[in-house]
Design a protein around this ligand. Sequence first.
Ligand SMILES: Nc1ncnc2c1ncn2[C@@H]1O[C@H](COP(=O)(O)OP(=O)(O)OP(=O)(O)O)[C@@H](O)[C@H]1O
Ligand SMILES: [Mg+2]
Length: 306
Amino acid sequence: MQSLYEEPKSAHVIVVANEKGGSGKSTISMHLIVALLNAGQTVVSIDLDARQGSLTRYVENRRRTKVKVPGSMLSLPEHFAVGRGEGQRIAEREAAEFGFFADVLEKVQRRSDFLVIDTPATDSYLMQLAHSMADTLISPMNDSYVDFDVLGRVDPVTGETVEIGQYGKLVREAARKRRLIDGRLTDWVVLRNRLTQFDSHNKRKIHASLKALTLQLGFRLHEGLSERVVFRELFPLGLTALDPLDEAMLGREPSFSHLAARHEIRALLADLRLPIDEKGKRRAEARETWARSHTEPLEQHDIFVN
Ligand SMILES: Nc1ncnc2c1ncn2[C@@H]1O[C@H](COP(=O)(O)OP(=O)(O)OP(=O)(O)O)[C@@H](O)[C@H]1O
Ligand SMILES: [Mg+2]
């Protein structure tokens, strides 16, 4: 079997994962993809949850909106959906899945700045593989002890960790393998999602419990994204809070909530400290200035600013 580690990767791999379903993985994947595209980076997105295919549909919806709204300037990633392997035996299925995934990686990892991989909520061979390749691992979690449980269990009185949860173990094991194979570290960020906008006892308790787990599991905490209807309503249009949301695109005026969501996503991006190259950023800024002015075509020197 061919190794995924034969050559150093050129793309920075972001994996969005958590064994807890419905924690916001696909929504956050799409926002990161658009954030990176807007920063002038080349992005390949991979949907490892092909059975559900939420990210794939998100990208398709975006493509449709781009066609429907001329001049919308919506950027799109190069997208792949990796299907579940077929076969009688587990080993056969795993080999087939590995084959799909390795083919996609071979095609894209040398020509893109970032790979963003959205994953299913179930433990599988592909999930483990993706975790062991992650340069940045983002695990969104809802503000509930039910979500917390997959990371670990903390004594409510002493705050001490009683047990590491199954997802915590999976990430630790993947990080260990990664160190053995290529010596690289994964930056693991647990992202609190769907936070209530008011201060509650539950919110504070979960914060304290997560803090108690950070050292043992080796993650950083990002707080976070609020519960906002905009994150739900943008999916059918393939849009994100980062897009230029006007009436033509949304069908109504953008609200304060859109701007607040955009602010939260930008804060997340800054906290992730991704290796976004400056040239790409300046190219994106030049493109945006040109799009706003709409007067003259983009000159060569506008594009390649050093
Ligand atoms: N911050 C948020 N505010 C409000 N709704 C949100 C937020 N984040 C995600 N959602 C909504 O929560 C639901 C689950 O989100 P999403 O599909 O992104 O999660 P997931 O982790 O990918 O789920 P699955 O495990 O099924 O793949 C969706 O309806 C989504 O629109
Ligand atoms: Mg999903």
